[in-house]
Design a protein around this ligand. Structure first.
Ligand code: NAD
Length: 342
């Protein structure tokens, strides 16, 4: 029988895919001939909010439906990157991916559940009908991740997961990345607890340096527990007795040992910008002031990791794109903000 819609669009992070998501997939396939699952936060570095890559998440969904090939063959997967500082770019990416699969003459509906303010994006596609699914058993991925990463008994969350996802989560426990994420989870919980006695939730101020020379960006590799091993911009928290500019130059010298005289560094600052997306850091509300330092073309000055960085390196812009999914917080987006202008 002909379905009401040609395509349903289902956007989500699916970290992990749970029985509430599965229920929506089933409703979507009742309503439409085909389903496009938009897997969000594609190429985000693994962290406690996004532990699994988009291909691992697609695999979880495929495993869940492996005994129902007639459903699986009606599903398309479209991984989509976050654009933390431009909802328009994010919407445009989804529009393009849907157009490429569905063409421009199909009857399309977006399906989802307006669970809270974070569901605002469901209103960004007025050209499509909307199907509200309602809430299924009050299941939340956040609770499942909390139980999983705090090593709670499986019985406390397995009843919220399809069997295929239970298997995937169990397999992932033997990977080194799982232990790192558990350590990061504990660290963030302790950090939150330490700040819980403050009279107001804290807002942290940080600074970052985006130093570019001859098609290369100065990058460090983090060694602190939070985001350990990820690439980041040199930077950190501002001290009580320094200006933002002084803090940025201090962190830059401490973390990279950059052999460029201070007056040259100061004179090479060509731009600065505040990055303030409320969800940019999992440690808590953190606003960063980034400075763009464009050095004259020539031989790259020597650098050496120090302080919170176990390594400092000049990364070519080509490598920057290749390693997008190894960048801490929004640092990849910060670099792109500046290098796309000059
Ligand atoms: P999610 O996996 O939490 O939820 C996906 C969908 O399932 C939502 O509609 C949600 O309401 C629904 N759902 C969850 N639990 C349910 C339950 N128990 N019963 C019924 N429905 C349930 O994913 P999400 O965080 O909403 O995904 C949004 C994605 O879009 C993210 O990747 C986010 O980063 C991305 N996004 C990006 C931008 C940008 O980059 N500018 C803007 C908005 C959203």
């Amino acid at each position: 029988m002909r379905k009401k819609y040609d395509y349903c669009i289902y956007i989500g992070r699916f970290q992990p895919f749970h029985l509430g998501h599965l229920q929506t997939v089933r409703i979507a396939l009742e309503e439409a001939s085909e389903l496009i699952i938009v897997i969000g936060s594609h190429r985000t570095a693994p962290n406690i909010k996004n532990p699994w890559t988009s291909s691992q998440r697609e695999q979880m969904i495929r495993l869940t439906l492996k005994d129902e090939p007639e459903l699986l063959e009606r599903i398309h997967f479209a991984p989509v990157r976050d654009q933390l500082y431009s909802d328009n770019l994010w919407v445009a990416d989804i529009q393009q991916k849907v157009l490429a699969i569905a063409g421009d003459e199909s009857a399309i509906a977006i399906i989802g559940h307006r669970k809270d303010e974070s569901s605002y994006y469901l209103d960004s596609f007025p050209q499509w009908s909307y199907i509200e699914t309602g809430n299924y058993r009050d299941i939340h991925s956040t609770d499942i991740r909390a139980a999983y990463l705090s090593r709670a008994p499986e019985a406390s969350y397995y009843d919220k997961l399809p069997v295929g996802v239970q298997v995937s989560l169990s397999t992932f426990q033997s990977e080194a990345r799982f232990a790192e994420l558990c350590a990061e989870y504990d660290f963030i919980q302790q950090n939150k607890k330490a700040w819980s006695v403050a009279p107001y939730p804290p807002t942290f101020v940080t600074v970052d340096a985006v130093v570019v020379q001859s098609g290369h960006v100065l990058i460090v590799r983090r060694k602190s527990r939070y985001g350990s091993g990820l690439y980041a911009l040199p930077g950190g928290f501002v001290d009580q007795d320094e200006t933002l500019l002084e803090g940025m130059l201090r962190e830059l010298k401490e973390e990279t040992g950059l052999k460029v005289p201070m007056p040259v560094l100061r004179g090479s600052i060509v731009d600065s910008h505040v990055f303030d997306n409320p969800s940019r850091s999992l440690r808590g509300r953190t606003i960063t002031h980034a400075y763009f330092i464009q050095l004259k073309a020539g031989k790259l000055p020597p650098v050496k990791g120090g302080d919170d960085a176990d390594k400092a390196l000049w990364m070519s812009l080509a490598d920057l794109y290749i390693h997008e999914d190894l960048f801490f917080e929004d640092h990849f987006a910060i670099v792109l903000h500046f290098v796309s202008r000059v």
